[in-house]
Design a protein around this ligand. Structure first.
Ligand SMILES: [Cu+2]
Length: 286
């Protein structure tokens, strides 16, 4: 009567896991549930990110399909060919050419498909426009960011204006919604990585090797920006606030920088962030 008992256990297992799944999902807010649908990605706030989002979700679905197939095969083999009190080693299959060819060629096929979709997504996200609406030169330095808004030719600002963060003060990065922004990235010291998670994109900031990319923010709102390359002791402090606003607010902000006298381009920060020296009491704690 083993099959009957196995069936009952399987049913109980199925009911248990379904109930656990329902309880788990019921505890989630709508936002979290939607995030599950994106396989953990945050909300998308740029035109360029869609290709990455599709690649991410597609890769997960393909991996799960392969996973379910392999787990199914394992389960089937375990149940179908389990030892039945006969003792000894079951019949071994060796040098089976069709099977060996199959498990050599199929992984190549899988890699080929992933490669094709990756290159296609990469081409989309790295595409550049001829004339970006806005150019921002970014400097990554230990341990903050400087943003230079290259608006000398724009009558609304008529100057290059900048905002430089420090380790104590997180800088803001203003972006106009629906406008193409060209980011030129430079490093003043070591390799950093410019990352706005909601744009689904990051790019390394390498000393002596300027990098650039174009992006169009599509959703107004506030987002977090981070350094995504472990660059030293205070790497975790390399944050910035991204504010995607409409064009009028964007130029009002730049005008504010100009009236505060923050004009001219800063390529190597005038105030390189110093390493905070531990105070005497902290020293005594050690
Ligand atoms: Cu960094």
């Amino acid at each position: 009567m083993i099959p009957h008992r196995t069936g009952r256990a399987a049913r109980r297992w199925l009911i248990g896991t379904t109930a656990a799944g329902v309880v788990l999902l019921a505890g989630c807010s709508q936002e979290q549930t939607e995030q599950w649908g994106r396989f953990g990605l945050p909300t998308l706030a740029s035109d360029q990110g869609q290709a990455i989002g599709d690649l991410w979700v597609g890769a997960w679905i393909a991996s799960l399909a392969v996973g379910v197939f392999v787990w199914g095969l394992i389960g089937w083999v375990v149940v179908r060919y389990r030892a039945r009190h006969t003792g000894g080693v079951p019949k071994q299959t060796r040098y089976n050419l069709p099977i060996e060819l199959l498990y050599t060629l199929v992984p190549f096929l899988i890699i080929g498909v992933l490669f094709f979709f990756t290159v296609r997504a990469q081409d989309t996200v790295n595409r550049k426009v001829d004339q970006p609406d806005v150019t921002i030169n970014v400097v990554g330095q230990k341990w903050s960011w400087t943003f230079n808004y290259m608006e000398a030719d724009d009558a609304r600002v008529g100057a290059v204006v900048h905002e430089a963060g420090t380790i104590e003060r997180t800088p803001d990065l203003y972006l106009p919604v629906g406008k193409t922004v060209r980011f030129n990235l430079q490093s003043a010291d070591v390799i950093h990585s410019f990352w706005i998670p909601n744009f689904y994109y990051k790019l390394d900031v390498i000393p002596g090797h300027p990098n650039s990319f174009d992006v169009t923010p599509t959703e107004k709102g506030e987002y977090l920006g981070k350094c995504a390359e472990f660059c030293g002791t205070y790497h975790s402090a390399m944050l910035f606030n991204v504010k995607v606003v409409d064009e009028a607010q964007y130029y009002a902000y730049l005008d504010g920088l100009k009236s505060k006298g923050q004009t001219g381009e800063i390529t190597i920060p005038s105030k390189v962030t110093a390493i905070p020296v531990p105070s005497r009491s902290e020293e005594e704690h050690r």
